[in-house]
Design a protein around this ligand. Structure first.
Ligand code: DAK
Length: 261
């Protein structure tokens, strides 16, 4: 599959999606969003893929936001149409039927911070910088930043970051719970792969159902949420992987042969 501004690589059961527009610090123009959309569709359909890493090319920027040059002269209609389409692409990442790790290798500003927040887990290199600078450009965050940042770090911290357009470093992002781990830049991809491998050794269907349970459960009241969990828990007992996981335990067998079904 040919893309202009992303690179999609597959290493065994792992897909690596690199946003690759270095001349604009990997800023998201319409063409790049479209490429991400197609790449995510490809990954979703590929039954052999069990985890995904999203990163940016180079060692300076993950994604420096939406493309300001492209956005500058948008009409109200253009803005709305683009918002609906682009938000759909971010939701596709968030609801993808496999776990997604953001390996944040530099600037994650505006749309860059937002795409990282649509991923399940964020690992950052020490030079990473996070922020929602939109109010300084006269706009609100448009790829879910007002919604997801508050869900990740709490309302007070999200409001402070968004109202002040403040940019924070990787350590501060870790302190407030926006990222899971901070590592040296040269270790970033290895760490992300290590994390992906530690997920992929488990039953993929169970991981997928956990993702659904957490994502959907966080949006509803606790009674509805635990009922949802019960429903998904029950579903596991229709899978070969549940039989294999429990049989391996009974047989005191460390190696498990999960089939993703
Ligand atoms: N858009 C377009 N080009 C960008 C860019 C961006 N966001 N960020 C960087 N570039 C380009 C620069 O223009 C420059 O290109 P040339 O001038 O060389 O042609 C090149 O990348 C290198 O950047 P700098 O020369 O500026 O590099 P520095 O190291 O000096 O500075 C920086 C790096 C990241 C601090 C700086 O580039 C910067 O402040 N960039 C803008 C960051 C920013 O404000 N990002 C948030 C954008 S607002 C929507 C949904 C979402 C959004 C909007 C609408 N709807 C669905 C409708 C989201 C909005 C945002 O993300």
């Amino acid at each position: 599959m040919e893309f202009k501004n992303v690179i999609l690589e597959k290493e065994g059961k792992l897909a690596i999606l690199t946003i690759n527009r270095p001349k604009a610090l990997n800023a998201l123009n319409a063409e790049t969003i479209n490429d991400i959309d197609m790449a995510v569709d490809n990954i979703a359909k590929d039954k052999g893929i069990e985890a995904v890493i999203v990163t940016g090319s180079g060692n300076k920027s993950f994604v420096a936001g939406a493309d300001i040059k492209e956005m500058k002269d948008m009409s109200v209609m253009d803005g709305r149409e683009w918002a609906i389409y682009a938000n759909g692409v971010f939701r596709k990442i968030e609801t993808l039927n496999k776990p997604v790790i953001a390996a944040v290798n530099g600037f994650a500003l505006g749309g860059g911070c937002e795409i990282s927040m649509a991923c399940d887990i964020r690992i950052a290199s020490k030079n990473a910088k996070f922020g929602q600078p939109e109010v300084g450009l006269g706009i609100t965050p448009g790829f879910g930043g007002t919604q997801r940042l508050a869900r990740h770090v709490g309302m007070g911290r999200a409001k402070e970051l968004i109202y002040t357009a403040k940019i924070v470093g990787a350590e501060e992002a870790y302190r407030i719970g926006l990222v899971n781990k901070v590592v040296e830049q040269e270790e970033l991809m290895d760490e992300a792969k290590k994390l992906a491998n530690s997920i992929m050794k488990n039953a993929p269907v169970a991981v997928r159902l956990c993702k659904q349970a957490i994502n959907r459960g966080m949006q509803v009241d606790i009674d509805t949420a635990v009922n949802l969990e019960a429903e998904l828990f029950g579903e596991c007992f229709s899978t070969e992987d549940q039989t294999e996981g429990m049989t391996a335990f009974m047989e005191k067998r460390k190696e498990k042969n999960f089939k993703n079904r």
